[in-house]
Design a protein around this ligand. Structure first.
Ligand code: MFK
Length: 591
């Protein structure tokens, strides 16, 4: 189908017809093709991991979703472009109701995602340790057409995982079957209520209080970013009265939005946020005025207890980053074949082709990194992860989130540029790609917060060794001489990262210390460069491994070209010494 059609008979269409009569020629809009069929990397990857038999079982659903993504859903996304969720605090007679009206596509996405088990698949575990990979492959093909309905799905998945991990039997029995239901009529979604005015990254500063009353716990305070406020339940952090400050003094609570009579559970929706992107997603500021809640696992360690949820939503974030890149590139590539400039299609222009090739290399690396994190989580959930795998999962999750989030914004920005002015015009539907990408490095932990999280994760015993193994194993698989330079770039970057962290030789046991003997402050200042170096090294390594299997199966040299190209973009970003001059850059007056 054609991308960018305005609704028939709308004023926009009338304008367009008038415009067309006066103009000598028109631009051919980009077209999208089946999101599964037209993604060779996804197909190769799934074949490599599932083999022909299991892939044949899951392929009809991938094809179906891949088709929906570029037909009805895309059409709805485009015709529905301007609608946004609406909050009605009161009914016509002044009663407080806090009704949220969702967009048509969101209502459709809720049904569709339940029916296709976008949350359920890893809990049904039909494909064993690969169930996560299959769930996220389904997500990958459909996500760019869901208008960020992926957000409530990610949080619901994270809530189910957290409740199961923490093992509160009553809450598991009540919520998990609903969160993982395939029945659109009874399925639940969950919110994740952490952020307060006092802190988004520094969650430990939360001021919401939990008070024990004769009829159970009640929460008082406010939450500042409650995404997908239409959820039926939420996991929230609050400080039981008398607890100490900081993350350890918080406890994790389960609450439901409505009471048994259907009224609000002591929860007020103050307003919806007016955001740069994710505009279909109703994100609310919420007041808690005695909301009934149940402690999930004790009365302390809330931050630690919600970590399972964060790790799942961070994985979703990485897959959504990869999926968004694929959508932006599919549009840009198709447009390059249609759009002529200076006498030939853009695709025939060496500089334009070079730009697209570079973007494709970035997206292939991002895809493989995100799915590596999925493989590891799937192994853990199936009880098949070794201690090394678990350490790798702890590190690869923030690594995948932070690396792919940055790539998603860069690729969306470049892809828009591939359309010239059209990429800057709203009714092409293209600017949304960039706006929605911009949230990916922000929520669920910013790049810097995750870089610090990675440093901490890697300082645990055996963790850096597990990380090193993640990079060395796929590199070893890449035997073809044409892959060696890229594979060696990944290894060199890893070695530099190990030396920089002071881990070379006595991995994991040393206190983090830079190779220059720098202070913890210097280590912290370099954390982002260190993390992105490991992220890119792992992407190149995984691409080399994938390329080798493609070469072995005579599937062509695309993946090998992507590996070489990604390596040429630069892997090692670490700076051994911080320049004392940097202090000048921090001074507002330049002194
Ligand atoms: C498309 C996908 C859609 C995604 C949906 C998004 C919608 C939701 C929108 C939002 O809600 S955005 C808000 C998300 N907020 C964050 O992601 C918070 C970012 N900040 C952090 O991650 C900080 O690092 C952190 C809050 C965890 C720091 O808090 P603390 O109080 O300083 O905790 P600390 O001391 O670092 O960690 C406490 C314990 O938790 C430690 O364990 P121990 O007590 O045993 O030492 C940590 O090791 C553990 N921990 C922390 N992060 C962990 C973790 N364990 C496992 N995995 C982690 N990621």
């Amino acid at each position: 189908m054609r991308y960018g059609l305005p609704p028939r008979g709308s004023p926009a269409n009338a304008d367009r017809l008038h415009y067309q009569r006066d103009m000598p020629s028109f631009q051919d809009p980009p077209r999208l093709f089946n999101a599964y069929e037209a993604d060779p990397l996804l197909r190769e990857y799934l074949f490599r991991h599932l083999g022909g038999g299991s892939l044949a079982e899951v392929e009809p659903e991938l094809r179906h979703l891949g088709e929906l993504a570029v037909t009805q859903l895309l059409e709805l996304q485009q015709t529905d472009r301007l609608s946004e969720p609406r909050h009605s605090p009161f009914d016509a007679w002044g009663r407080r109701v806090d009704r949220i009206e969702l967009t048509p596509l969101w209502r459709c996405a809720a049904q569709l995602s339940a029916r296709h088990g976008l949350v359920a698949v890893p809990y049904e575990r039909r494909w064993g340790a690969l169930s996560r990979v299959i769930q996220l492959a389904l997500l990958h093909v459909i996500e760019p057409s869901l208008d960020v309905y992926s957000c409530p799905l990610a949080m619901s998945d994270g809530a189910a995982r957290t409740l199961l991990d923490l093992g509160n039997a009553d809450l598991v029995a009540r919520a998990v079957p609903r969160l993982t239901s395939r029945d659109p009529a009874s399925v639940w979604t969950s919110g994740q209520w952490m952020t307060e005015r006092t802190g988004g990254s520094d969650v430990g500063r939360a001021e919401t209080v939990a008070r024990r009353t004769p009829d159970g716990w009640r929460l008082y305070g406010s939450k500042w970013f409650c995404s997908a406020i239409t959820a039926e339940m939420a996991l929230a952090l609050a400080r039981p009265e008398g607890n100490p400050p900081g993350g350890r003094g918080l406890a994790l609570f389960y609450l439901e939005m409505r009471d048994a009579e259907g009224g609000m559970n002591g929860i007020l929706v103050h307003r919806l946020k007016d955001k740069l992107g994710t505009r279909k997603l109703p994100t609310a500021e919420v007041g808690l005025e005695g909301a009934r809640a149940v402690p999930v696992a004790g009365l302390v360690d809330g931050v630690k207890n919600i970590a399972s949820m964060l790790n799942v939503t961070r994985l979703w974030n990485a897959v959504c980053s990869a999926a968004g890149m694929q959508r932006a590139l599919a549009l840009a590539r198709d447009y390059a074949r249609r759009r002529e400039a200076f006498g030939e299609p853009l695709a025939a222009k060496p500089l334009h082709a070079d730009t697209l090739a570079g973007l494709e290399a970035e997206r292939e690396g991002a895809f493989l990194l995100a799915f590596r994190a999925a493989e590891l989580l799937g192994q853990r959930e199936a009880g098949e992860a070794s201690a090394t795998d678990l350490a790798a999962l702890r590190a690869v999750t923030p690594l995948a989130k932070l690396t792919t989030g940055k790539q998603a914004v860069a690729v969306a920005s470049e892809a828009l540029e591939c359309f010239g002015g059209a990429g800057y015009v709203e009714d092409t539907g293209l600017p949304r790609l960039l706006r929605d990408a911009q949230v990916l490095p922000v929520w669920e932990g910013t790049t810097n917060v995750l870089a610090l999280d990675l440093l901490r994760a890697l300082s645990a015993e055996g963790a850096m060794e597990a990380m090193a193994n993640e990079i060395q194993r796929p590199v070893r698989a890449a035997r073809d001489p044409s892959l060696r330079p890229a594979a060696e770039a990944a290894l060199r970057a890893l070695e530099h990262a190990q030396v920089w962290m002071g881990c070379s030789g006595s991995i994991g046991k040393t206190e983090p210390r830079s190779s220059s003997g720098a202070s913890t402050g210097a280590l912290e200042a370099g954390a982002r460069r260190f993390a992105l170096t490991l992220g890119r090294a792992l992407e190149v390594a995984l691409l080399c491994e994938h390329a080798q299997t493609c070469l072995d199966a005579a599937q062509g040299g695309r993946a090998a070209a992507a590996a070489r190209r990604l390596a040429r973009h630069g892997v090692d970003l670490i700076q051994d010494e911080l320049s004392p001059e940097d202090a000048h850059l921090l001074a507002v007056d330049g002194a």
